[in-house]
Design a protein around this ligand. Structure first.
Ligand code: ADP
Length: 452
């Protein structure tokens, strides 16, 4: 038969207890009292002292009960984990029940402790740092990996987490953990040139679980990729300048052999494309690497919008679209003017490029009191909504042939995304195939400068 826990010794000895009611134990006591009274009555009649004999019998029974009470108290107070004294009657039943309940509780407790031990030893064995932080932001527990990766020491128990991990990027993350669902990457405070990915999760109200792991290898690989693209773009710049210089000189010659004219024209357009590609790659790499780009200039929006509009008109000469400018906000922007101008230009040239001749392109700047919204709307070829989620990836094109034909590098929207990220802004795209597109750049309130 299945027994969930070992049967205590006392249970074997008093097996009948399991099947008897409390009345059965009370009857044992009553039988003993009746026996004492019978003997006392017989002796009392024989000696002529019935009253004192009965009194003596009651006193004896009471004394035995007091002894049992004393033994019960002694066991509970001094030896609660030993097998209890073997008592009859109601005291024995009471002792057995207390012992059984206590035994059960100890077994459950042992199981819990075992489980906690197992959980703890698996956390200790982890390569990832695990830290428990209470609702007052104080450190409750951490595993050895946290000492290796984050530099925790035994004295840190009970200290505030923010006094140990003091990097501004971490403090910012600590106060806004929902803004970075994947956590953050930060420099290790223990090893120079090492990086850790840190992620926090809330549990039980305001307590938090912090998990951190070493991402130095991934960081280095990513850096190598960036450096490679950066270097190769720089290296390509000089030969490209030389080539396009010569090609331009040859193309401009009036006595050029017509057989070569076409070839030189093609060379010129391809070197222009390569130049555009190299410039876009360099800009992207600068946006990724240089976080210190000035982002707090006050940008006079009517001036910038008019400048963008003039540039758009110059670009529009070959397309013949109707261009509109629509400004109904008195807000200016706070940010980096050259970066933002380059992002907006990308959106506007795309609208012009991807609209068949004779279409309409409208550039707008509005605010709704909470957000600033720059819009670029066209009546062009539109985009199938299935492409929208991937549109800002590098080199992602809906139609590669058309993009190349229009001189596109496939990097325009990736640049837009990076510039906007640096300005806490985001891009929303509404589009349907053959029904035109609407690109909205949304700036948060803190990026708006209101003129009085
Ligand atoms: P490209 O240099 O190819 O234009 P972008 O990153 O600027 O690269 O744009 C990515 C792709 O998004 C383009 O290849 C094009 O397919 C699509 N696209 C961008 N803007 C528009 C638009 N206004 N209308 C239709 N398609 C667009």
């Amino acid at each position: 038969m299945y027994e969930p826990y070992p049967v205590p010794e006392i249970a074997r000895e008093h097996k009948q207890f399991r099947y008897s009611s409390l009345w059965a134990f009370a009857k044992q006591d009553l039988r003993l009292l009746a026996f004492f009274l019978l003997i006392a009555t017989l002796i009392g009649f024989g000696t002529g002292y019935l009253g004192p004999c009965i009194l003596f019998a009651c006193a004896l029974f009471f004394a035995l009960q007091m002894r049992s009470l004393y033994l019960v108290n002694d066991w509970i107070s001094n030896r609660p984990y030993d097998i209890p004294p073997n008592l009859d009657g109601i005291w024995g039943a009471l002792l057995f029940n207390v012992y059984r309940a206590q035994r059960q509780e100890r077994i459950v407790q042992a199981e819990m402790v075992g489980l906690i031990d197992r959980a703890q030893s698996s956390l200790v064995a982890l390569q990832e740092a695990v830290v428990l932080i209470d609702e007052n932001h104080q450190i409750e527990w951490w595993n050895p990996a946290a000492e290796r990766l984050l530099g925790f020491q035994s004295l840190d128990r009970g200290r505030s987490l923010l006094t140990i991990l003091r990097q501004p990027i971490f403090i910012e993350y600590f106060h806004h953990i929902d803004d970075a669902p994947d956590g953050i990457k930060m420099k290790s405070s223990v090893f120079e040139d090492h990086y850790v990915q840190v992620k926090m999760t809330r549990f039980g109200g305001e307590s938090r679980l912090l998990v951190a792991y070493d991402v130095t290898r991934m960081h280095n690989l990513e850096q190598m990729r960036k450096d490679f693209v950066d270097n190769i773009s720089h290296e390509l710049r000089t030969p490209l300048t030389v080539l396009s210089g010569y090609i331009e000189t040859f193309t401009d010659q009036e006595d050029i052999n017509p057989r070569w004219k076409r070839a030189f024209d093609q060379m010129q357009s391809q070197t222009r494309r390569m130049n555009a590609l190299v410039n876009d790659l360099l800009l992207l790499s600068r946006l990724e690497n240089d976080k210190s780009i000035v982002k707090n200039q006050i940008i006079d929006m009517p001036t910038l919008m008019n400048q963008l509009f003039d540039d758009a008109q110059a670009y529009n000469v070959d397309y013949g679209h109707t261009l509109n400018l629509d400004i109904d906000s008195h807000c200016d922007l706070i940010g980096s003017d050259s970066e933002l101008a380059s992002a907006f230009t990308n959106l506007i040239t795309n609208a012009i490029k991807y609209t068949p001749k004779g279409g309409t392109v409208t550039i707008g700047w509005h605010d709704d009191g909470e957000q600033g919204i720059l819009t670029v709307q066209d009546t062009g070829i539109g985009i199938d909504p299935k492409h929208l989620p991937r549109l800002t990836e590098r080199f992602y094109r809906v139609d590669s042939a058309r993009s190349r034909q229009t001189g596109g590098t496939g990097l325009g929207l990736a640049i837009v995304k990076h510039v906007l990220m640096q300005h806490n802004a985001h891009l929303e795209i509404e589009s349907k195939e053959n029904q035109g597109s609407l690109f909205k750049v949304i700036f948060p309130k803190e990026r708006l400068y209101k003129m009085l």
